[in-house]
Design a protein around this ligand. Sequence first.
Ligand SMILES: Cc1cn([C@H]2C[C@H](O)[C@@H](COP(=O)(O)OP(=O)(O)OP(=O)(O)O)O2)c(=O)[nH]c1=O
Length: 193
Amino acid sequence: MNEHLEQHLILASGSPRRKELLENLKVPFNVMITNVDETISEGTGPEKAVQQLARKKAVHIAGSFPDSFIVAADTVVVLDGDILGKPKDEQEAIRTLGRLSGRTHHVYTGVSIIKGKKERIFHTATEVTFYDLSGEEIQKYAETGEPLDKAGSYGIQGLGSLFVKEIKGDYYSVVGLPVARLLRELREIGFTI
Ligand SMILES: Cc1cn([C@H]2C[C@H](O)[C@@H](COP(=O)(O)OP(=O)(O)OP(=O)(O)O)O2)c(=O)[nH]c1=O
């Protein structure tokens, strides 16, 4: 019997990118959308913040599925110590992109895995450097709508790729899910893959 049929994987995320990336594992899974409050309390560092939020999303689903492996993640961009989440509108996206222009920032992704009483939690940090961006470039990009549902107001996998001069770390972590690390952590918690 296919052992994958005996273990149930759930992605607790509404992000289409996370779903696509998890498909690379080539195991069946279900997607469940979580709706948790993503406010980060004052003074919380990005490493802790992304882990806490990822765990909150996983816990939200885990109670109802104690026999399943629940995976959830959270991604933020950090510049000059400021945590930049998803912009609330086009104007905020334009301001954020102006700040990221010509600079190096960090993308933190936290991942939580819960299986009954067992848990794994980790985060990754990736360094991304942008080319200088003109006001016109930023304006045009913001008008595409691509920044709106993305931390730091850009998508490295989309038109935002045209801004990236250098990246140090896991590309997939910037997109929202460090899949290679996740695979290894899933094995550690007893998922056969
Ligand atoms: C920096 C960056 C972020 N992002 C995305 C990944 C995440 O979907 C999003 C950050 O918001 P998150 O709150 O981490 O995730 P989400 O609200 O989209 O989905 P869910 O909470 O249901 O899992 O930004 C990209 O797609 N590309 C990028 O280059």
